[in-house]
Ligand binder design. Structure first.
Ligand code: ADP
Length: 426
């Protein structure tokens, strides 16, 4: 049965991939007819039709040859016989060796720590894709690597504006992504780190410390190690943030995608640190560049998915509460101290982690807020968040606020964090 388009059979030779961009006007179905193939590290089940949403860009790669059947329209689809997959899987093999060594070591020594891999490179170099493959290949071998996502611009674990970590126990589903069980999430509230660089660093540190605590009691997670995805901002302050992340997470392997200069700069710096390997990897020719508009749209989709699910399978709840029921805080920024109030020679600076209570008014409309686990306001910066709410109405006269939450009932915490992450529901 056709699905709107025509059925097309594609025969892939060994080590080739079929690169697909699904049409914007409808889903695409695809199945593996014979042989074996994978999408970004996750094997396709034989014969079963899988549905891919409009606009999705992906590749079906085969190590030994496969026949694929496609049903529906695509923006583009073509076969490529030149891919960097062999070099990627070689990295995976080295990481496997290190995991096995870590597992064999006595617990609670440094040797029992598996590889801590950080993937860096410019925007659209395939960082998220490589991260995904390394995690899925490791999960397939039975490891439980920790996925750390420091990319506040896109976010593969939760909504943009956050940094997060989650163990990966199964190869990542090519359509559904990471199951949203209980990820460890810190809400930054902005989609660029330049909004408050110091706060970004503080949150990265909090995330790293929490993971360190979790690892210390869990030999399996320790040996499996982590794979860290980063932002595409690699110049100036962006570069400093990469160094900060490498240090803070005690990365032992730095994978640099498609940037000679970044690679040699990092090699120069980490040489002094001893056992950190900096490895340059080729960018895949299949990586699709996304312009500002496409990225913006992807962010919106991600937020929508948080509340409604990928296929509208979730039913978020709309709640109405009094202004006095919510305590909303903004972190950092705020008015600077006037020069006259400072000692002579001191420069006015805003405290990056200062908390400012937010007065509820219509400026909050369409903002996405983080629900903190903090018990007291002074714990807000160092606390992770339970989830997010979205402000849909503010009634100044009746002093009522309407918000969308993933589920009904009371919020899991009473302190909310606001930045400038907005979303307009479509
Ligand atoms: P980055 O994380 O560096 O910004 P991504 O890994 O997100 O880059 O890749 C950008 C886009 O290219 C994504 O939509 C991804 O699905 C797509 N992509 C990556 N590799 C391939 C490939 N080999 N074939 C087709 N599309 C790809």
């Amino acid at each position: 049965m056709a699905y709107g388009g025509s059925i097309k059979k594609v025969k892939l030779d060994k080590e080739c991939e079929l690169r697909v961009e699904v049409a914007l006007d409808g889903p695409l179905r695809l199945r593996l007819l014979s042989g074996t193939a994978e999408i970004f590290g996750t094997e396709l089940p034989p014969e079963i039709w899988l549905s891919f949403p409009p606009g999705l860009k992906f590749a079906v790669f085969t190590w030994y040859g496969a026949t694929i059947e496609m049903d529906g329209n695509t923006e583009t689809d073509y076969t490529a016989d030149e891919t960097p997959m062999v070099s990627y899987v070689n990295v995976h093999a080295v990481l496997e060796g290190r995991r096995n060594r870590a597992k064999a070591s006595a617990t609670d020594t440094d040797d029992s720590q598996g590889p801590r891999v950080i993937v860096v490179g410019p925007t659209d170099s395939g960082k998220s894709t490589l991260t995904r493959m390394l995690l899925s290949w490791a999960a397939k071998q039975g490891w439980k690597p920790t996925f750390v996502d420091l990319d506040i611009g896109q976010g593969s674990i939760t909504i943009p504006g956050s940094i997060a970590a989650t163990p990966v126990e199964l190869p990542i589903d090519p359509v559904e992504g990471i199951p949203l069980e209980m990820p460890l999430v810190y809400f930054y509230g902005h989609i660029t780190p330049s909004a408050n660089i110091e706060l970004y660093k503080v949150l990265v540190k909090e995330l790293a410390q929490t993971l360190e605590r979790q690892f210390s009691g869990n030999a399996e997670s320790r040996a499996s190690g982590m794979v860290i995805n980063t932002m595409g901002w690699i110049e100036g302050a962006g570069y400093e943030l990469l160094l900060h992340a490498i240090d803070t997470f005690k990365a032992t392997v730095v994978l640099v995608l498609g940037q000679e200069k970044l690679c040699s700069m990092l090699r120069g710096v980490v040489k002094s640190k001893g056992n950190v390997d900096v490895v340059k990897l080729q960018k895949s020719g299949g990586v699709v560049s996304r312009n500002v508009k496409v990225r913006q749209k992807a962010r919106g989709f991600r937020i929508r998915e948080y509340f409604y699910g990928l296929t509208n399978d979730l039913s978020p709840h709309s709640n109405i509460v009094n202004f006095t029921d919510l305590s909303i805080f903004r972190v950092g920024g705020g008015p600077q101290a006037p020069r006259s109030a400072l000692p002579i020679g001191a420069e006015p600076a805003s405290d990056p982690t200062r908390l400012t209570p937010v007065t509820i008014n219509r400026d909050l409309l369409h903002l996405v807020l983080g629900v903190s686990y903090a018990k007291e306001p002074d714990e807000i910066v160092s606390s992770n968040v339970a989830g997010f709410i979205y402000i849909t109405d503010i009634d100044i006269q009746r002093r009522k606020i309407t918000y969308l939450a993933p589920c009904a009932g009371e919020l899991p915490g009473k302190f909310l964090i606001v930045g400038n992450l907005t979303w307009v529901e479509t």
